[in-house]
Design a protein around this ligand. Sequence first.
Ligand code: ADP
Ligand code: GLC
Length: 490
Amino acid sequence: MRILFVTSEAFPLIKTGGLADVSGSLPAALQTLDADVRILIPGYPAVLEKLVNPKFLTTISNLPNIGSINLIQGEMPETKVPVIAIESTGLYQRDGGPYVDATGKEWEDNPTRFGTLSLVAAILSNEQSPLKDWIPEITHCNDWQSGLTPAFMHFMSAARTQMKQAKSVLSIHNLAFQGCYHADWVARLGLPAESYQMNGLEYYGQLSFLKAGVFYADGLSTVSPTYAKEIQTEAYGFGMQGLLKARGKEIHGILNGLDTNEWNPATDPYLAAHYDVKKITGKQAVKADLQAKLKLNIDAKAPLLGVVSRLTHQKGLDMLLACAETIINGNDCQLAVLGSGETAFEEGFCDLAMRFPGKVSVTIGYNEALSHQIMAGCDIFIMPSRFEPCGLNQMYGLRYGTPPVVTNTGGLADSVQDSNDESIKDKSATGFVMPKATPEELLSATERALRYYRDEKTWEEIQKNGMRQQLDWTKSAQAYMTMYEGFLKK
Ligand code: ADP
Ligand code: GLC
């Protein structure tokens, strides 16, 4: 099966969050199931630098706002999955992040930058494609950045009814980001004026890339079974629940897998020592190394709580700020935070670190190595998200013997089993689930975790139950294949 996997980030080429982890590892897993997958991605400087064996493929001209772009084909480092990068000096050759500039401001031309990604994907998805020898059967789009692809594909096939074209699939990784822009962009991106209506591209008076995808895609999926249900409700639907409910039966909820080579405590090159489920003692050395690195008191007995996160409302870390002092004072524990995001959160955590020298360490920024070290060196991972489509960090926590404290939502609910007498007895306990997202519940769940932590034998059982979970892509990649096959039969 030929699959074009369209994404705005893919690890290790470029990463801002979990979408990159999935885009790096899912195509590789599909490849092991004999799928012929190619990733389509904007050619940011980091992408063009890291691409292995890059070769010029072709030029596509007459694109709205930008004229021509080049397609460069190369491979992912390590997995060797083929990658097609869109090279355009005007669109992607610049410093800063994929979505924002160095000051955190959204690039003003994002509609063109991701409109072009979407349009190029659509151009490559039918028999008129300039890549004549490779036409996908499935075009798998991800999030709003490639949300216009199914719309472009729809208009192209409406114009030429006999044309052979791929089936389009949209995976929603986070409904909170919808790519909404002024209605002028409909014409500026070459979309038909009549498509700007409720049954089309219009979303509360704007053009929405994500809505376009949800409306026009042949198939929809999201990254956990619970989130697939949640997004059809007002509480989690971000205004799109009506449309999502109308397509409800078609939404496949498939839990993300992990790249278990990249995230493996037995081999992780970022760690000072290694360990596995059979011999977990190396984790103590990683903890001591982390405490030293972060200038925390080197104390094997002090429970160390960890956070690696975007610092945004979604991640619920204001709840941790509200109860951190009580937790630290009452339990003689430590906290290591790595993240960046909204100023109020960054300042809140920096203030906490100043008030608790030796006990709280806060690193603002993005740091791949430290994220692995926190995951491995901490005792308990804190992730009180208000909503979480899937979440990868809680699963990294499970794999690294760092039981997570999580809210009962989305992929957190689908991947973490609360610890209680019964679940400890039947060896299913892997973490601590808060029934509600409040500071009080976070305090109570964390203190519950700390009580178990003091009971060494039970704690090790909880750690090992988590480490034994099968979190790789085997099952979920198969579920994607079955889903694609279903679309092709339609
Ligand atoms: P989301 O994509 O919503 O941010 P996920 O849990 O799915 O949440 O994925 C987050 C990914 O980004 C993980 O791989 C995590 O380790 C990584 N990450 C988040 N913040 C940082 C950071 N400050 N430094 C390094 N890695 C980070
Ligand atoms: C999004 C979600 C996160 C998910 C990731 C990968 O960033 O916020 O929950 O794990 O996408 O699917």
